[in-house]
Ligand binder design. Structure first.
Ligand code: ADP
Ligand code: ZN
Length: 440
């Protein structure tokens, strides 16, 4: 890994704004957002019911509590136009979510909305120390998925040389990385690991590439996976978080210190709430992330419940940015698995298997019914040289993973070890969990 470069800012005034001024700005922008929201039939009814008839009803940030939450179901009910707060003539772009968990939701953008989003991405890229000298290969899908165009616009604004290849076509990806000496990638963690498996097959080694950094996001991954990718490619990995409801990437991004993702609080109000009681939680306490847009005109969203779980780091970052840092996303409120009554998040399983050195680049979590009981099967690819050696070692490894998993999640899992290339590969968001229990 490279030495930490100097801290650079895209818009220093906003990135290092003192907290009282930031709060003032948030109140001003919240008022504007409420005005905008009142132009939609959905929020007009909602806000009036809550006693908010105009921006004058918002005086301090404490007034946020008066505003009801907005859920993904609300967005679905408003599909396609119920949350549009400007005339369609002002809209220059429509994005929908990838629909990981059902019907997609739609977000409209005016030209100024896209411009402000682009600036947040440019700010995020600069925070990682990248800039106009970099060759940026965007391996996230383009189209409706925000990971493509979102990063693309920001990277161009920074002045990077952009290779807009999008997702898939692994051989070509590797060839282009080699030929154009790509320095920065934007990619999902699962696909990044797959790229590593294929580099040798394409006749290259990691040392033939010129990679320096990768922005990994769009799906949950553990700190162990970050470390693994960093050591496999000898690069720095930065966590990137966003969701289409909040524009897409550029909501929260790690700086060169890689200790949590600065959430751009001049553009979003960040709350962490207890998923059950809805109580607002302080630093270091894990809960559901709730966001309010502060600068989007075409589709303002108030207190949107993301269903993503995380916490806010306490203390200040050495980069001097004043925007609070979000932890790694530990899961979604809707991806918790209940295995024979025990609650477990897929991320807990990943954390354990990715710290085992013999484990390769892919895994899958399967849940089946065995009689009345649930059976958890963890399928793990391991490096092929293991299969050529003493098979007794494979049994020992299985037992080791099983014991470590039991210690972490209190479940006795069945461990299957596979040769590389056996488990399904995803070029976009990975689907790691196969749950067939309901069908029986
Ligand atoms: P969806 O997947 O809900 O259809 P999006 O394509 O907008 O919609 O994906 C956003 C979701 O992807 C987030 O809500 C979060 O669950 C996940 N995500 C994005 N970035 C990260 C990240 N860095 N770590 C973990 N999860 C992430
Ligand atoms: Zn920082």
């Amino acid at each position: 890994m490279s030495k930490l470069p100097e801290v650079r800012y895209w818009s220093k005034e906003f990135e290092t704004i003192d907290r009282p001024s930031l709060k003032k700005l948030q109140v001003k922008r919240l008022k504007e957002t409420v005005s905008c929201a009142l132009k939609t039939s959905f929020y007009k009814a909602r806000l009036k019911k809550a006693g908010i008839n105009g921006p004058e009803d918002i005086k301090t940030l404490d007034d946020l509590e008066k505003i009801p939450f907005t859920t993904k179901d609300d967005l679905r009910e408003c599909y396609p136009g119920g949350l549009l707060s400007v005339s369609l003539e002002e809209v220059v772009r429509i994005h929908t979510s990838s629909g990981t968990t059902g019907t997609p939701t739609v977000i409209y953008h005016t030209g100024a909305d896209v411009d402000r989003w682009t600036d947040l991405v440019a700010r995020s890229i600069t925070a990682t120390g990248a800039g106009r000298k970099d060759i940026f290969q965007n391996m996230m899908s383009y189209g409706m998925f925000t990971g493509g165009l979102g990063l693309h616009y920001g990277a161009e604004r920074v002045g990077m040389t952009v290779i807009p290849i999008g997702g898939g076509n692994t051989r070509r990806q590797i060839q282009l990385m080699h030929d154009f000496k790509t320095t920065v990638l934007h990619i999902t963690p699962s696909y990044m690991l797959h790229i590593h498996s294929k580099t040798g097959e394409c006749g290259f080694s990691v040392n033939d590439l010129n990679l320096r950094k990768a922005y990994l996001g769009a799906e949950p991954y553990s700190e162990n996976t970050r470390r693994k990718v960093e050591s496999l490619f000898n690069i720095d990995v930065y966590n990137s978080y966003g969701l289409s409801e909040m524009n897409g990437p550029g909501v929260a991004f790690e700086c060169v210190y890689k200790c949590g993702m600065h959430t751009w609080e001049d553009a979003y109000i960040l709350e962490i709430t207890d998923p059950k009681t809805r109580e607002s939680l302080g630093p270091e306490k894990e809960g559901e992330i709730v966001f309010t847009t502060l600068t989007r005109k075409a589709t303002p969203l108030l207190r949107y419940r993301t269903r993503d779980l995380a916490f806010v780091h306490g203390g200040e970052c050495r980069c001097k940015r004043t925007h609070r840092r979000l932890s790694r996303i530990t899961g979604r409120t809707d991806d918790m698995l209940i295995v024979n009554g025990v609650n477990v998040y897929p991320s807990q399983i990943e954390e354990v298997i990715m710290r085992v050195p013999q484990v390769g680049n892919n895994y899958q979590i399967c849940l089946e019914k065995e009689g009345t009981l649930d059976k958890l099967i963890v399928k793990v690819e391991i490096y092929s040289k293991m299969f050529r050696g003493d098979l007794g070692e494979i049994e020992i490894l299985k037992e080791k993973i099983k014991t470590e998993l039991r210690a972490a999640i209190v479940i006795n899992a069945v461990i299957e070890l596979h040769e590389p290339g056996v488990l399904p590969v995803f070029e976009g968001k990975a689907k790691r969990v196969i749950d067939t229990r309901q069908k029986l």
